[in-house]
Design a protein around this ligand. Structure first.
Ligand SMILES: Cc1cc2nc3c(=O)[nH]c(=O)nc-3n(C[C@H](O)[C@H](O)[C@H](O)COP(=O)(O)OP(=O)(O)OC[C@H]3O[C@@H](n4cnc5c(N)ncnc54)[C@H](O)[C@@H]3O)c2cc1C
Length: 313
């Protein structure tokens, strides 16, 4: 049985692993996608100490740092089930393999939100995708629409504009929530058109995407011809596993933690985008900060020799 199983292979998980390793805890860091959401950040300009770094570079360095310790075991795979045992927790993988741990840190991040409009599912992978920064390069010289008004949408539009012929940035409001840095970047692009105060109501196509349909006319039509649609309308915390243990969520559906990154279940901790912490500010810096706090709390908890099971007092 390992001291701590950290579920996730993103920024929060690898940071927590660096700390638990240095606390001399036997650490299992286990997750489905190596690097997590960080892999989609094309340009990271706000990771202190690195003026200019890409998400994949940063994630590779996090991983190498975590794996530089002998007491860290790294496994790639989806965890399907988590349950309490007499002396800790059992994880069951999609493969059927099981792992046992005295404590858990959930660092499962979030999943992209879908719009659930007609045509979205039908053309998913045939022109509809959920990561503009990952997939824009497949649309060189083509016309695409990015749906959304937050950081991912506006950054995605700026990146897509570097290769696409035309980018329609469709947003339901008349101003963007995104970081002003990215709004300035997108404003500089001559091939980006703002389609504001409009909602996507349908994705049209014939085997693959051919157009989007809006709720209101824009430039004389409620349809815009495009080859690709990037839906960037936020994300939903990945809380299926903590729910299996009876963990509480906050009003926004994030895994509820206290200042020490403890959940309401004894022996269960969390860090990163999945949590209610850091005012829901989902960033590398906050995920890393929360990962370090969670690891520190796990260390204190194991040192104190607290029992397992039941709700936190
Ligand atoms: C396009 C884009 C650009 C961004 N740019 C910036 C930026 O410039 N600066 C910045 O600070 N932040 C940026 N962010 C935000 C930043 O990427 C995230 O805040 C950060 O990566 C969150 O890390 P995390 O470890 O909490 O979660 P994630 O990186 O999402 O990692 C979650 C991990 O959990 C795993 N997982 C989930 N469920 C399971 C399961 N059941 N079994 C096994 N594994 C599971 C996933 O596979 C993944 O490995 C950007 C985000 C996007 C989308």
């Amino acid at each position: 049985m390992t001291d701590v199983a950290i579920i996730g292979l993103g920024c929060a998980a690898y940071t927590a692993a660096v700390y638990t390793a240095r606390y001399k805890l036997d650490t299992l860091v286990i997750g489905e996608e190596e690097g997590g959401m960080g892999m989609t950040a094309v340009e990271v300009g706000n990771w202190p100490g690195d003026i200019d770094v890409t998400g994949p570079d940063l994630m590779e360095r996090y991983k190498n740092h975590a794996l530089s310790f002998d007491n860290v075991t790294h496994k790639v795979g989806r965890v399907e089930k988590v349950e309490q045992t007499d002396d800790g927790f059992r994880l069951t993988m999609q493969s059927g393999d099981t792992e046992e741990a005295r404590t858990i840190i959930f660092a499962t991040g979030s999943n992209k939100r879908h719009l659930d409009v007609p045509g979205e599912k039908e053309f998913s992978g045939k022109g509809v995708t959920y990561c503009a920064t990952c997939d824009a390069f497949f649309y060189r010289g083509k016309d695409v629409a990015v749906i959304g008004g937050g950081d991912s949408a506006v950054e995605g539009a700026a990146i897509a504009a570097q290769v696409a012929n035309k980018v329609y940035l469709v947003h339901r409001r008349n101003e963007f929530r995104a970081e002003p840095y990215w709004v300035d970047k997108v404003n500089e692009k001559e091939n980006v058109e703002f389609v504001l105060e409009r909602n996507l109501v349908e994705v049209l196509g014939d085997g693959k995407v051919t157009a989007i349909k809006l709720d209101k006319e824009w430039n004389g039509s409620d349809e815009i011809k495009v080859d690709g649609v990037f839906i960037e309308v936020g994300s939903i915390p990945a809380v299926d596993l903590p729910k299996q243990l009876g963990c509480e969520m906050d009003e926004r559906g994030h895994l509820k933690v206290d200042d020490a990154m403890k959940t309401n279940i004894t022996g269960v901790f969390a860090a990163g985008d999945v949590t209610s912490a850091s005012n829901h500010f989902a960033q590398f810096a906050t995920a890393a900060g929360e990962g370090s706090v969670a690891a520190n709390t796990v260390f204190a908890y194991l040192q104190a020799g607290e029992g397992h099971g039941g709700a936190m007092g």
